[in-house]
Design a protein. Sequence first.
Length: 216
Amino acid sequence: MNKPVLHNYFRSSTSYRVRIALEMKGIDYDYEALHLRHGEHRGQAYLSVNPQGLVPVLVWTDGTMVSQSLAIMEFLEDVAPEPALLPSDPAGRARVRMLSQMIGCDIHPLNNLRVLGALRERFGADDAAVGDWFRHWVAETFRPMETMLAKDPRTGTFCHGETPGMADICLVAQVTNNKRFDVDMTPYPALRRIHEACMALEPFGKAAPANQPDAE
């Protein structure tokens, strides 16, 4: 059987999410690197794979193409259910999806490479202004997320209980991205504690940007 192929970029936080999920599920895959800053994702070869021209994209063994990291993780949950990224109960599954989407839908779309590039190119933002923008939108979600995690008894060592899942994957990838923009994590002790617990596990470290073949 052919291995699945992951089209991704080492520094992309959404790519990092999918790499963690693949490592957690023990799925071997072929790594296809696309250098976003060199525009390789806008070339015709890649657009024939994903017309949206974004990473990551997972091409499964039967040729099925799935883009968007949250959708890819849901797909992996269906085709390789163990170990699970989502709890078994409806309320727990909804909570983990909620926490995941707070990062994946509320922070990342405002802070990804093409948006930060547009701030510079269309509105003349300098590095300081771009950094302020990035930190603002992280704080807008991390503040309530910290409260939600700290006060909910369903929070354990990880975002939901004692095993890492989809929400932890999204959190770790975001915190890694935050470091490039000097986000102060001091106000978020629960988030910091969960991040540290995740980084003690092999899948999170193995999938980290610095450990990828295209890292620079």
